[in-house]
Design a protein around this ligand. Sequence first.
Ligand SMILES: Nc1ncnc2c1ncn2[C@@H]1O[C@H](COP(=O)(O)OP(=O)(O)OP(=O)(O)O)[C@@H](O)[C@H]1O
Ligand SMILES: [Mg+2]
Length: 267
Amino acid sequence: MGSLHVDQVTVEFPLGPNTPPVKALSNVQLEIQQGEFVVALGASGCGKSTLLNLLAGFLSPSTGQIKLNGNIVAGPGADRAVVFQKHALLPWLNVIDNVAFGLKLRGIGKSERHEIARKHLKQLGLEAFETHPVYQLSGGMQQRVGIARALASDPEILLMDEPLGALDALTREKAQELIIRIWKESSKMVFFITHSVEEALFMGTRLIVMSPRPGRITHTFDLDFSKKFLAGADARAVKASPEFIGMREQVLKIIFGDEEASGGDHV
Ligand SMILES: Nc1ncnc2c1ncn2[C@@H]1O[C@H](COP(=O)(O)OP(=O)(O)OP(=O)(O)O)[C@@H](O)[C@H]1O
Ligand SMILES: [Mg+2]
């Protein structure tokens, strides 16, 4: 069974010879097991993206280590796929070739990679758009193409940095439901960053709340709201339930408290 271990990780960014380094993360300890959907919340600048970039292998920890399935993460790899807030699609390729791009780089032939890409486009409700240029799609559709591309490489873990942050409220709620359904089908590990407490509570199986810089995990909550949704409950009814609202207020209090304590440091 797959697992990811973040062991006592600290990150310092050097700022130059006469300036002390920025301590972005301090002693972060995190374990994700296959099938878990871990959501990270925290004030702006607390180190959420830094943590995701470490998991992706774009950055190396200053101290500590990260292991995926027992192997130390030492750089980017096909076992991890990243989805950012702004899609990173290639404008000169159509939808299906964007989804199949990573597979092409891995030397997979055209008919096989298109077959894999088609499966994921169907999963995301985009099968009718495979030959469209990406600029003809709406923001929500482009974001779904980015998710299809991430899934096409069949990663162990999906790393998502505010993937729904740029969408309007209705599209965002629909995308949340779609991602939860796909996650359940694939049973992959997910690490998902958001600024929305409601989104975090609804989507995750576990929530981590990070403190302002240097980022540490200060609170962890086990969640079962997505389970209720997957068992057939209406998404809005789940979000309007007293348990959900109670937890939302509890988490908001922590985050607002942190923001005030840090003096509103939004570096
Ligand atoms: N390459 C870098 N060099 C120097 N400082 C950096 C670098 N990358 C990030 N930082 C600093 O590290 C801290 C954490 O940044 P990070 O982007 O991880 O925050 P975040 O929690 O993702 O914030 P947001 O919610 O605004 O996206 C910030 O203070 C940021 O200025
Ligand atoms: Mg960020």
